[in-house]
Design a protein around this ligand. Sequence first.
Ligand SMILES: [Fe+2]
Ligand SMILES: [Fe+2]
Length: 367
Amino acid sequence: MPAQIVANAPRDLRFFDTASSIEVDHMDIELDEQAVNEVAEIFKTPLTGSFNWDYRLQEDRIQKLYELGKELNWNASTDLDWSKPIGEAPTEIRIIQSGFSEYQPFLDLSEERQLEFIRHSEAWTDSQFLHGEQGALLVASQLVSCAPTYNAKLYAASQTFDEARHVETFNRYLQQKKKLMYPIDGALKNIIDKILTDERWDLKFIGMQVVIEGLALAAFTTMKELVNPEGFKHDMLHLIIRDEARHVAFGIHYLAEYVQTLSQEEKEDRAEFAYQACVVSRERLVPTDVFREFGFDVEEARQVFLDGGAAAHFRKLLFSRVIPNLRRIGLLTDRIRPKFEALGILEYENMPDDGEIDWAELSKPLY
Ligand SMILES: [Fe+2]
Ligand SMILES: [Fe+2]
């Protein structure tokens, strides 16, 4: 079926309330012919790729990560039990996480509506993960071409398949379990566009492997701790976290060596890019589409969400891995530090980074 080409990402909220979308416990995804509507948005990229003609095997950490990637492959259709209930966190925790436990317009909703709001907020977050995973899939496939070394190309290929699984899993989770899907947030779309269309491969690494994946890894880890360990979501996050931990380790190791070879000016350029990616990422954590859906005053709700106690703390905590990782790579330059300070996230500077690879942890069997 020919795709419908659109100029911008659709803005509509989608509901999946029939059994037609994806068949449970079946390898094949069966879709109602009428419901399939390929919507494509074109991007153009000045990708500079390279062959690599030196096939000598280099026994390094990148190669080891590639081996692990192959070994720890999993299958979303058969390694996850889709018949299990989601196993959400307890309601009180979900309310606190929504950021509105003390917001009057939220408290004025009936109990049923409050729960509906929370379901939407969570679906919004998971939808951003889905769209982010698609971005990661596209970027990882670009890295196969533009990463300069042999090992990195093979590694990027294995990551590409990991990201395909993540897209598949989040998509099915949203359609089958949450039964609704939010469109991509504008700020997230901007940053992915920037990463996809920049021709410098190292910027793609910084934006995707360090900032976006670093934030996702922190968010997945926190979510996994809050949900019911017996439920589906726990299992799903467990498998995805295993993959993302390798991706972040790869990004840091590859970049740390490379950044040392750059001039100071080039470093500052990369540091500024990483900073901008953090600013945008901070913004994108606000589910304004959900506020709109529930008739809240969007600007007021946004402020409450940004200033709110537990939710604001949680959002800040997401940077507790990204900042030390940027330091490790050499991108927390003296010129950029005050900017991170103003953002209120420089305090994580001296937290442990992901540069020391815990091989025992990364090599554990999946279950
Ligand atoms: Fe991923
Ligand atoms: Fe990833």
